[in-house]
Design a binder for this molecule. Structure first.
Ligand code: AGP
Length: 368
């Protein structure tokens, strides 16, 4: 890897556009494309015998873990305990050596994540590290290293590391499901085929949505607050969208589970706060649309991130609708990450902030 910006204005932009390529690298490490099977080499972690999985991480890596929780529970029927590392390390939660543990960290040096790892080790759990930097402390102290193969990530706001973490977690969850007999050989092949389509779809989507993201960001840059909503795996994505926007544009944003809307945040809805609704046409779609209706009824301005089927199914008025291709549920979080990243990026560029080095932030937080 040559670490320069190439033709891009910022490392973050370069890293966003690198995703089709690096996701391909990540997948080739976990997928046998000739057989359409998962080959994770995870001998050190016995997902088959595990009674549960503990996951911990910080920031964006934590949000990747949260998507992973949905996958491990759904595909491998493995109960997942997940928390941000700064809470995980002090909660004194009872853990059993029959559980496995995964720590997700781009840098592999995050202090709280490392402390959580050591807590699990003291409790006799086998440790897996989902890291970008293979020579890192977290990788060194683990029983199994699951590299995300994203290449150096320079932008403080994590983009390609997030989608590569997701690709690896999806592969591990399918692999765990296979080992536990909850994913059949046919299902495995079908899921792997969907994973294999991902790089091509990502390239297409990046080209497709770029102009719309740029013009939309002008609108966003005028706002003081933005609310992101999603259900299922789109809920962690909503939080990731809000985190990205906060980090680089300094606009206040919150990510909420769409179903929580009426338990508080609905009070914020007015014509000044855009609500970004992330809703692929999946089994949660109708529910999310009914939350969207509640926003529309109160004069809220909706930015609807959906797919072709979702756009056809909803007739609600929106400020903008971003239409992605219909993709399988297993790859939707990675594909839907792209508009979220580009929206934050262009908003920050438009506002003239220091995109790669936002104020007050460090790439790797090695102190508590
Ligand atoms: C994401 O955009 C962040 N800057 C931040 O939340 C980051 O993901 C977090 O600090 C974790 O870092 P790590 O992956 O290197 O452990």
């Amino acid at each position: 890897y040559v670490v320069d910006k190439g033709n891009h204005r910022h490392f973050m932009e370069k890293e966003i556009y690198e995703q089709p390529e690096v996701i391909s690298h990540a997948l080739s490490h976990y997928v046998d494309f000739a057989e359409n099977t998962i080959s994770t080499n995870a001998a050190a972690i016995d997902f088959k015998a595990a009674s549960g999985l503990a996951i911990s991480a910080c920031g964006t890596a934590y949000l990747a873990g949260l998507v992973g929780k949905y996958w491990f529970e759904r595909y491998a029927r493995l109960p997942v305990e997940i928390d941000v590392a700064s809470e995980f390390r002090y909660r004194e939660m009872p853990l059993s050596p029959s559980q496995a543990a995964l720590f997700i960290s781009q840098s592999g040096e995050t202090a709280d994540t490392l402390a959580s790892l050591r807590y699990c080790r003291e409790n006799g759990l086998k440790i897996g590290a989902v890291v970008n930097v293979r020579e890192s402390t977290i990788a060194r102290e683990s029983d199994a290293i699951f590299p995300i193969m994203a290449g150096p990530e320079i932008g403080v706001a994590s983009t390609k590391a997030f989608t590569c973490q997701l690709a690896v977690l999806a592969s591990l969850a399918i692999g765990a499901g296979k080992a536990r007999g909850t994913v059949s050989a046919d299902e495995e092949r079908a899921l792997v085929r969907h994973l294999a389509e991902m790089p091509r779809i990502m390239s297409r989507v990046l080209n497709l949505i770029q102009p719309q993201m740029e013009s939309l960001s002008r609108e966003l840059s005028k706002c003081k607050d933005v609310l992101y909503l999603g259900r299922g795996t789109s809920f962690p994505l909503a939080m990731e969208g809000a985190l990205k926007l906060k980090e680089i544009s300094y606009i206040h944003a919150e990510g909420y589970a769409a179903g929580e809307l009426k338990h508080g945040p609905i009070a914020l809805i007015d014509e000044n706060m855009p609500v970004i609704v992330i809703a692929p046409f999946d089994r949660f779609f109708e529910k999310t649309v009914s939350n969207m209706q509640e926003v529309a009824a109160r004069g809220g301005r909706i930015i609807f991130i959906t797919d072709e089927a979702g756009a056809a199914a909803s007739k609600l008025p929106t400020m903008a609708t971003i239409i992605l291709p219909v993709v399988d549920e297993i790859i939707a979080p990675m594909i839907f990450s792209l508009p979220i990243q580009l929206l934050a990026y262009h908003t920050a560029v438009f506002m003239g902030t220091d995109v790669d080095q936002p104020r007050n932030l460090a790439k790797s937080v090695t102190v508590e």
